[in-house]
Ligand binder design. Structure first.
Ligand code: FAD
Length: 473
């Protein structure tokens, strides 16, 4: 084999997982090829996922800020406003993302190759180039980071005009008057709350009784309350019997309960499928789950020891930040750098619904199951000065604390900025800090972080009350 096509590591897919794996490889002095089939690098994260949805979200938040000063300024959202103009900064953000990712790859000497990759054997990868030619690359280690795409259930006729998925929803030209959102996961919860805030009549329909079943129910209730205040409607424990476009103006959704919901547009967000087709997994004998995800161990190694898989292609948690860490961990393991020491039990979750939700560590329920009579300290943002000033009084912060009243076990937040606020809790957990760290150290005032102090004081008072309880004889 030509030496030029011989690498230490081949990474397939340039989303957050692939980028991080590639950079970790070259930083360790290895020769790395990163293969991407799309025209641009960055993956689903940059072009259909995280970045575009957060840009529209920013527009919705700006609108809320304007509304909060409507007694001073006169404004009105035009009924013919184009979605593209609401996301005016998207092109700029995408261009910046593209340049910074390409620059990072160049700076780190990652060899970026455009084409569709498939495994020939456990050390060789075929690249089908855009001009129709192909080449074979070889490497000691291979990292698969091919991501995922929206699942399109066959019974729902997605046409990308009236019935859309998360890849096509932002191609809508105008804001619809009404939108039905199928699903209760992260993507549906985010888009439902964003569109509701933009004045669209949103109806969420899901099989589960409440959205985001893996999150703290109190956080989700706060989210739902806010969603309903913005005109949103939620049908939980619902069975969909049919979805059809009436050929004129409405998408009609029928439920087993007899309810019929009509809306201008419908968003299907009923899960995602791993991008594994044509990768040659069977040729090499790589194990997959029933749902098509690649099976890996906790170092992201597949059953073929020199082949790793990271990011959405391995399933949950399917978040950009975890894909990055998985990519790093896989390459460290492949290069014999051992356990990276990252404690994945403290992996934060950030959900950019409105309001944001974030969690790290044990939930109240898990902590109770494991430790018994725990403490839960709470702070309502309605009592926090900074939240009052910003008009962001919706939400709460919860500290889950061990029965000794000291050991911090988990942090759960629903509020503006929750995805950032969670990191103070994450660091406290990683350092094994006691809950008193939030009382005994100075937190800037006024800040949203003051909620940590209020919740810690709440735990302190509960501990005092519990220990002061008279013993019945
Ligand atoms: C609407 C939406 C909003 C989201 N919001 C957030 C958020 O706020 N925060 C967050 O953390 N996560 C968010 N996510 C999830 C996040 O985007 C994904 O978890 C992340 O992109 C996964 O990264 P990845 O590296 O596994 O794959 P991807 O980003 O999907 O990249 C995979 C890449 O592999 C390429 N590829 C596939 N097959 C081949 C092949 N055979 N040969 C060569 N290249 C190939 C693809 O073209 C793609 O570029 C969101 C997702 C969506 C859909």
């Amino acid at each position: 084999m030509d030496n030029a096509n011989n690498y230490d590591i081949i990474v397939i897919g340039s989303g957050p997982g692939g980028q991080q794996a590639a950079v970790e490889g070259t930083k360790s002095g290895k020769r790395v090829a990163l293969i991407e089939r799309a025209r641009n690098v960055g993956g689903e994260c940059v072009f259909h996922g995280t970045i575009p949805s957060k840009t529209l979200r920013e527009a919705a938040l700006n609108l809320t800020n304007l509304r909060s000063v409507s007694n001073i300024f006169q404004y009105e959202l035009r009924s013919d406003v184009e979605i593209h103009s609401l996301m005016g900064r998207l092109d700029e953000v995408l261009a910046l993302q593209k340049t910074s990712i390409e620059e990072e790859m160049r700076r780190n000497d990652v060899n970026l190759i455009h084409g569709k990759a498939s495994l020939v054997d456990q050390n060789q990868v075929r690249v089908q180039h855009i001009d129709g030619s192909s080449s074979i690359l070889s490497a000691k280690n291979i990292v698969i980071a091919t991501g995922s795409r929206p699942r399109r259930p066959p019974e729902i006729p997605v046409d990308h005009e009236h019935i859309l998925d998360s890849d096509s929803i932002l191609s809508l030209i105008y804001l619809p008057q009404s939108l039905t959102v199928l699903g209760g996961g992260v993507i549906s919860s985010e888009y439902a709350s964003i569109f509701a805030l933009l004045g669209v009549k949103v109806t969420m329909i899901d099989r589960a009784p409440r959205p985001l079943m893996f999150m703290d129910p109190e956080l989700v209730n706060s989210y739902l309350e806010h969603f309903k205040q913005n005109g949103g409607e939620h049908y939980g424990s619902a069975e969909i019997t049919s979805v059809t476009w009436d050929g004129v103006s409405q998408v009609v959704t029928k439920l087993a309960s007899g309810d019929v919901i009509s809306s201008d547009k419908l968003l299907v967000a009923l899960g995602r499928l791993a991008n594994v087709e044509g990768l040659g997994l069977e040729t090499v004998g790589i194990e997959q789950t029933k749902r098509g995800h690649i099976v890996v161990d906790d170092q992201y190694q597949t059953n073929i020891p020199n082949i790793y898989a990271v990011g959405d292609v391995v399933g949950r948690p399917s978040l950009a930040a975890s894909a990055m860490e998985q990519g790093r961990r896989a390459v460290c393991h492949a290069l014999g750098m051992g356990d990276t020491g990252v404690d994945f039990s403290y992996l934060p979750i950030g959900i950019y619904a409105i309001p944001e939700m974030a969690s790290v560590g044990l939930s109240e329920e898990e902590a109770r199951e494991k430790f018994g009579d725990i403490y839960v300290g709470k702070a309502n943002f309605a009592d926090i000065a900074r939240a009052q000033i910003s008009g962001a009084t919706t939400g709460l912060l919860k500290l889950v604390v061990a029965p000794d009243g000291q050991q911090l076990l988990g942090v759960h937040i629903v509020s503006q900025g929750a995805a950032d606020l969670i990191h103070a809790g994450e660091l406290a957990l990683l350092n094994g800090n006691k809950v008193s760290i939030f009382q005994e150290n100075v937190l800037n005032f006024p800040t949203m972080s003051q909620a940590y102090r209020v919740a810690a004081l709440d735990v302190f008072h509960q501990v005092m009350n519990r220990t002061a309880e008279p013993v019945l004889t």
